[in-house]
Ligand binder design. Structure first.
Ligand code: NAI
Length: 469
């Protein structure tokens, strides 16, 4: 007889493992099916792995400038194999933490490939054969895979996606061409530039980072260029050929340009992954390549939910985790603790409260609306900007290029959006996300002191600037 669960989760990434941990804490008998490794893309070949490499490469880059701070180090060098080993250790340690939590909470981790059958039965194929499981509720959290680039030469050896590049422990990156100036593209450009590679970054759209506030994306382009990265925005790639390395044939403003490098990274987006997931006896609706869900994350099959990249417009680990928590709270009949957007008192516009963090140098973090988006929904706004060049902590660290930009609704002075470009921006954005979610106004944001010297002092500067306008 099939083993049965209150909740079966397919996929053990941040959506899947967050759902499992919360469900087990609510007393639900929970199983998680995973075909590869616990942790999914985020842990094994995404956020955690990339940030570990960013940490190591930025350390190397800082050491090269250490003389300015009165520190000397002779013959600074890096060992890429060791760097990759450090990254593997960080990934392993994180995975062990999650594994330990699963064991403590009695969550079953089932390795194999899942196919959903009629009546909430799940078939799992592995080297040991075929097993069947039964569940009252199912959550699909199967994530996404890199979107392929459909041009001649895209299948040549050395044209890689981010997961392949993250696995490579031999240094093959004296010259690297990156196709796609989105989040993966700019973070990878930062890593390899810090390791002294010659990096070319090719973006089809007129600006880096797509929907990001234009001032932010221009500031990033300027900084990447200042660091020696060749950025080609508004450029089209036509083909890749191989002759003494890989040659990307691109065109920009009517000019044909050839970029030669040892390796090409393709980072042109990610697409939902549902291969083999649906049996012939079930009927799941898809829309624009994504698994369709209602406002409660339920698919077209009753009591089968989907969270994270397989369904989301916003492909972020913390969004997957938040959606997973929401669904488990619904199944366990608990009050919801999670919101992805809010409409604070006295406001009419929906404010997204999802922080968006990009780990470049300097870091970029945003939440809520940009000025442009606020104006587009008919909102009157006051905007304030603070240049980090005046900030004590930035002067100390010699990283003075960033800024903080805050957007307030003009009548209530409620914070509706923030864009931060400076070191530690990814940590600082939490204060802004809390303020947007809680509908705090400028006066309330000024009530608490910000310690001196911190990058956060710049927030007060941006509030004062907005209130003067
Ligand atoms: P993305 O959607 O962020 O960026 C892809 C970029 O490629 C776009 O700017 C697009 O205009 C460009 N592009 C598409 N086709 C092109 C072509 N033929 N030539 C040149 N440019 C082309 O996707 P990306 O960077 O692959 O990241 C995938 C997902 O992973 C994103 O949704 C992102 O949110 C998530 N992610 C988040 C991170 C974070 O939060 N720090 C880090 C890494 C990934």
């Amino acid at each position: 007889m099939a083993k049965s669960y209150d909740l079966l989760i397919i996929g053990a990434g941040p959506g899947g493992y967050t759902a499992a941990i919360r469900a087990a804490k609510e007393g639900l008998k929970t199983g998680v099916i995973e075909k590869e490794k616990l942790g999914g893309t985020c842990l094994n070949r995404g956020c955690i792995s990339t940030k570990a490499l960013l940490h190591a490469s930025s350390m190397f880059s800082m050491m090269q400038k250490c003389d300015e701070f009165g520190v000397s180090a002779d013959s600074i060098a890096f060992d890429f194999k060791k760097m990759q080993q450090y990254k593997k250790n960080a990934v392993r340690d994180y995975r062990n933490e999650i594994h330990g939590t699963f064991e403590k909470l009695g969550i079953d981790l089932i390795y194999g490939t899942a196919t959903i059958r009629r009546g909430k039965t799940v078939e799992v194929k592995s080297d040991k054969g075929k097993d069947f499981y039964q569940a009252k509720h199912i959550i699909i959290a199967t994530g996404a895979v890199p979107r392929p680039l459909s041009i001649p030469g895209a299948d040549l050896d050395g044209v890689w996606y981010s997961d392949r590049i993250l696995k490579e422990d031999k240094w093959k990156f004296d010259r690297l061409t990156i196709i796609g100036g989105g989040v993966i593209g700019v973070e990878m450009a930062t890593i390899f530039n810090a390791l002294c590679a010659k990096v070319y970054l090719v973006e089809r759209a007129p600006h880096l980072l797509g929907p990001m506030d234009q001032e932010v994306s221009e500031a990033l382009k300027e900084e990447l260029t200042r660091r020696g990265i060749r950025v080609y925005c508004g450029a089209n790639i036509h083909k890749i050929t191989k002759e003494e390395g890989l040659i990307c044939h691109i065109s920009k403003d009517g000019e044909e340009i050839l970029l030669r490098s040892g390796c090409v990274l393709v980072a042109v987006g990610r697409q939902p992954y549902t291969d083999g997931l649906f049996g012939e006896d079930v009927n799941f609706q898809m829309k624009d390549g994504k698994l369709e869900v209602d406002s409660e994350f339920m698919t077209s099959e009753p009591e089968v939910y989907a969270v994270g990249d397989v369904t989301a417009d916003i492909q972020l680990a913390h969004v997957a985790a938040a959606q997973a928590t929401y669904v488990v709270e619904k199944i366990a009949k608990k009050v919801h603790t999670i919101r992805l957007s809010v409409v604070p008192n006295g406001m009419y516009a929906k404010l997204p409260v999802v922080p968006n963090c990009i780990y470049t140098e300097p870091e970029i973090a945003t939440v809520g609306l940009t000025e442009e988006a606020a104006l587009a929904c008919g909102m009157k706004v006051r905007c304030g900007k603070y240049s980090m060049g005046e900030n004590g902590r930035s002067i100390i660290s010699r990283e003075e290029g960033g800024f903080i930009r805050l957007i307030f609704e003009a009548y209530s002075n409620n914070l509706v959006g923030a864009q931060i470009v400076c070191p530690r921006a990814t940590d600082m954005i939490s204060e802004m996300a809390t303020a947007v979610a809680a509908g705090l106004n400028a006066g309330q944001l000024m009530m608490a002191m910000r310690a001196h010297p911190t990058y956060s002092e710049g927030i007060a500067g941006a509030i004062e600037d907005a209130m003067r306008s």
